[in-house]
Design a binder for this molecule. Sequence first.
Ligand code: DGL
Length: 271
Amino acid sequence: MISAKKENPIGIFDSGIGGLTIANAIKKVLPNENIIYFGDTEHLPYGEKSNEAIKKFSNKIIDFLIAKQCKIIIIACNSAASVTEKELIKYKNIVPIYNVIDPVVQVIIDKYQNSKIGVIGTKATIGTNIYAKKIHELCGNIDVCCLATPLLAPMIEEGFISEDISQTIISNYLSHHKLKKINHLVLACTHYPLIEKEISNYFNKKVNIIDSSKITANYIYHEITAKNLLNKASQKKHHFYVSNYTHSFENSAKFFFEKAIKLEEVKLFNH
Ligand code: DGL
């Protein structure tokens, strides 16, 4: 493992704005940490890409974040995390890499045995069946029903959140028979916390919505503390990079971080 300093940043990436839900939770739980965020806006949506393409993009971004001396990296994207799982072994001695899936699976095992859990995510994530596999490896008495909801991430990225059209799309997906009688619903795409209220309202607030952002931030807090990497210095810097600059990304990032942010475009990919 390359020796990391406490002041080194935490690297976080996603295909677009979804991972900002994780970055925002990290900022609250770990207020002294420096964050480097990469949004691969050039290749969004990841959920519709082949596993090979997602692996290629993720490797490039991880290499970029390592070059920026990140002390840990969080794959704040379920689609990237589910298809790259086996690949990441090559970074084992370089940098600790975390995802947004394992912390959620752990909470489900600890708290929600004997229940029916719905999981919604992109085609890439649901195609791997990763949540059901991981949950059933550890516990047999949880019923897991997974449903791909591919229009949601692009809809959110375009800023359609509480319009009629978004309500129609949300209801259409959530009325699927697979989600009948669920007790809990995992938002297995980091874009979805941005429509958590609309999802919860669809179920008349009777289904417990599991949002990975706080769960992941708490998990990372414990990991960083255990590794003695907690930054105690109070001066922090956040950097936001995108592979393709868009105003909408800049506006969303500003909205989340409440003050002027430095948004830079970097060309990581040679096509
Ligand atoms: N936010 C991402 C996820 O968690 C991906 C959305 C997309 O690019 O399709 O799966």
